[in-house]
Design a protein. Structure first.
Length: 191
């Protein structure tokens, strides 16, 4: 039994639901990340293509029923993100660590997300993936933290995980944090 399966089996009751919003600029690796998480039989062998608008992916992984909203990161679709904040229990924000020129654009989008009334009142956790860490020009996770001013983000739980979504490096560690954090919040809300 894999570590991911054992961990999720211990953390969430069987059939636990989790709705996550997967966002980030275009070409950051959002769809590749979701494809890595999906059971292998659910992933098509076709090449990953850019998401246009929205893809909703539902799949079970290790006792957790995920509904992942894979949102396009293209400029003309980013205004759609806010329509899905209400249902999101967590946000996965994927950053292309090699695209240093657009770190400022990613920061601007993050600032807009954090100013959303829906997310301000609920303080949903955010998992940042510093993706494409396998590339020689990739910024370190600390450089991504500094570029996005994440060290100033103190009103909600967040973490950053270095990742390579193609190979899955760092994905399980990040998702483990996310599941633990969402579970803890659900327990607090029931109390």
């Amino acid at each position: 039994m894999g570590i991911f399966k054992r961990l999720f089996g211990m953390l969430l009751p069987k059939g636990e639901q989790m709705k996550i919003l997967v966002i980030g600029l275009d070409n950051s690796g959002k769809t590749t990340l979701i494809n890595y998480l999906k059971p292998k039989k659910a992933v098509s062998s076709a090449e990953t293509v850019p998401t246009i608008g929205l893809n909703t992916e539902e799949f079970a992984k290790n006792g957790v029923q995920f509904t992942a909203f894979d949102m396009s990161g293209q400029n003309r679709y980013r205004n759609l993100w806010e329509h899905y904040f209400k249902d999101a229990e967590a946000i996965v924000f994927v950053v292309d660590s090699t695209d240093r020129i657009r770190f400022v654009v990613a920061k601007n989008e993050l600032d807009a997300i954090l100013e959303s009334p829906e997310l301000q009142k609920r303080k949903v956790p955010i998992l940042f993936f510093a993706n494409k860490m396998d590339m020689p020009a990739a910024a370190t996770p600390m450089e991504v933290v500094q570029a996005l001013s994440l060290d100033q983000l103190q009103d909600r739980p967040w973490t950053i995980a270095p990742s390579n979504a193609l190979a899955g490096a760092g994905v399980e560690e990040g998702m483990t944090w996310l599941v633990k954090t969402v579970k803890a919040r659900k327990t607090e809300q029931k109390a």
